[in-house]
Design a protein around this ligand. Sequence first.
Ligand code: PGA
Length: 248
Amino acid sequence: MYKINYIHFIYMDKVVTIAANWKMNPSTIDDAIHLIRHIVESSKNVPINVKIIVFVPFSYIHPISKILQNTNIFIGAQDCYTEISGAYTGAVSVPMLKSLGCSYILAGHSERRQIFNDTNQIINTKVKLILKSELKCILCIGENRDEYEGGLNKEICYKQLSECLLDCNEEQLGKVIIAYEPIWAIGIRNWIKYTYSENAAEKICIQYGGSVNPENIYDVLNQPNVNGVLVGGASLDSEKFSKIIHYQ
Ligand code: PGA
């Protein structure tokens, strides 16, 4: 699938997708605007193969999407609800997020799974709604510590992939990025190959997420099956995030 000398040409060949996941931070809109302005400034001279997405809290999407107009940074939402409208107090739908300018929505983040009890079935409903609305989706998968220690990582990841992508065809898969926390990207690509096709496996963007920082970004992106990163904590520090997007 890859050339033997792939690693040597990695930075010339591949598009790298660097996503910032702000989670429930920062605490005020003023701080959010301050942070995004720094990110916009430092993103101006990133190489063209680096694509940047910021996943901001729902309440900041509108003001931040205005600041991101005419920049090379895409905006995304960290989650969405499983219905498109109706009596669901407190919920935010995919069409609402699309109308605010979101290009991407995260689904299945480990914090959503653990804290908000998002099951694979709920995540699958969200993934299908996102793709039906012609938005792109970052699907997060990964085993928890107990499953990891029990040697169940492969089994759990295959189950999450098959249940979260249920009824998604190969064309729709083209709008999905897979984010995985522990290092097991090769297994994901193989699963895509056997479930979809070699072509789909070659094209799929696989991000690594989990304590990515300026010190480890180069090594993370130097792994042949990793096409990007999902950055949490370090994306809230504009200097660190700037170093991450300028990893080359
Ligand atoms: P982290 O978060 O970089 O702070 O580990 C990554 C994520 O959970 O999205």
